[in-house]
Design a binder for this molecule. Structure first.
Ligand code: 13P
Ligand code: SF4
Length: 335
């Protein structure tokens, strides 16, 4: 176990976070609140974080809401409880703020599936196409893209592009295929997937539907075509939460990362929520390994030592900002 700050910092790139002993009995919530005040920090958290992290957030939201919150904040430090591409987007839109991520290894299979260099080569194969990228991508891919979208605003933004315009959609092929169907387009799809949503089992969910005939099935569009064919509603995390709250049904089979159930339970405590089952029968969970790397201990340490910090080279940031700003402009009316 590391006890000195120096050796913890040396090991940070490999480890992903500062491993420093925290004295037994430390009240982490109290200390985090203290640091939040002292450092004028804001804690932004995604719905896929663990419940105890969601509960300490100043702002909880989906990818679009978090990007907007990051852009608007007056805090000096943004503590991003989510994954790397989200914290990076926060730094891109608000560069004068210090952005820290509790565990720098909190990545994403979608972001990992596509590099800036690979996308540049792909663009060469499809001359004349503009690139619409899902926000789940790294800064280099954002810099190579014309417009960024999230699951909340993608359909709206794609509908605003002239029909005759050739479009490459990266990196999520499931979301891209779903959007092609919704918008009647034929976007060229990058071959990336979310490992969490790919793991859901059509057969096991069909059995859950049979066993819970009153339940409505709601899913995130990162899910496969087969799984989406079983659903009553498809939407972003925030839209799924709103659906559970507003729909008269009393039972829901929820096909997305299980962290979202925390907010659903809070907002609709009387409703029955059934997490959808994954292919691996030894495990009933649908957790995103990357999202779950963040912990209260790591949040405390990253606030105290202001590490790991998100740093982006300025010319790359400016290029990536263009495609994010396009998204923010085009989706002003999307909630
Ligand atoms: P949304 O919260 O925008 O629906 O995105 C889900 C997601 O995949 C985050 O990693
Ligand atoms: Fe990436 Fe999927 Fe995890 Fe979201 S849930 S961060 S898309 S791997």
């Amino acid at each position: 176990m590391n006890t000195t700050l120096e050796s913890a910092i040396r090991q940070l790139p490999e480890r992903g976070y500062l491993e420093i002993d925290i004295p037994k009995g430390t009240d982490l919530i109290y200390e985090i609140n203290k640091l939040r005040k002292e450092k004028n920090a804001v804690i932004l958290a995604h719905y896929y974080q663990t419940g105890n992290i969601q509960d300490i957030a100043d702002f909880l939201g989906d990818s679009l809401q978090l990007a907007r919150a990051a852009e608007k904040t007056n805090a000096d430090m943004i503590v991003f409880c989510g994954v790397h591409f989200m914290a990076e987007a926060a730094k891109i839109v608000n560069p004068t703020k210090k952005v820290v991520l509790p565990d720098i290894k909190a990545g994403c299979s979608l972001a990992d599936s596509c590099s800036g260099e690979e996308l540049r080569a792909f663009k060469k194969k499809h001359p004349g196409a503009i690139v619409v990228s899902y926000i789940n991508c790294n800064a280099e891919v954002k810099a190579e893209s014309d417009i960024i979208v999230t699951s909340s605003n993608a359909e709206h933004i794609i509908n605003s592009i002239p029909k005759e315009q050739k479009v490459i959609f990266a990196p999520d092929k499931n979301l891209g295929r779903y959007l092609n169907e919704k918008t009647g387009r034929n976007m060229i799809l990058w071959d990336g997937v979310c490992v969490v949503h790919e793991a859901f089992s059509m057969e096991r969910i069909a059995k859950q539907i049979y066993e819970n005939p009153e339940a409505k099935v709601i899913a995130h569009p990162e899910s496969s075509k087969e799984v989406l064919s079983l659903t009553d509603y498809i939407g972003s995390t925030s839209n799924m939460i709103n659906y559970v709250v507003n729909d008269p049904a009393k039972e829901f089979i929820v096909v997305t990362e299980e962290g979202v159930l925390h907010e659903m339970r809070k907002k609709a405590p009387h409703k029955k929520l059934i997490p959808a089952l994954v292919q691996d029968e030894s495990c009933s969970c649908s957790e995103c390994f990357y999202m779950k790397l963040n912990t209260l201990e790591k949040i405390y340490l990253c606030m105290k030592y202001e590490l790991p910090e998100i740093i982006i080279e300025e010319s790359l940031r400016l290029k990536a900002l263009k495609s994010i700003n396009k998204m923010l402009d085009l989706s002003k009316n999307v909630k």
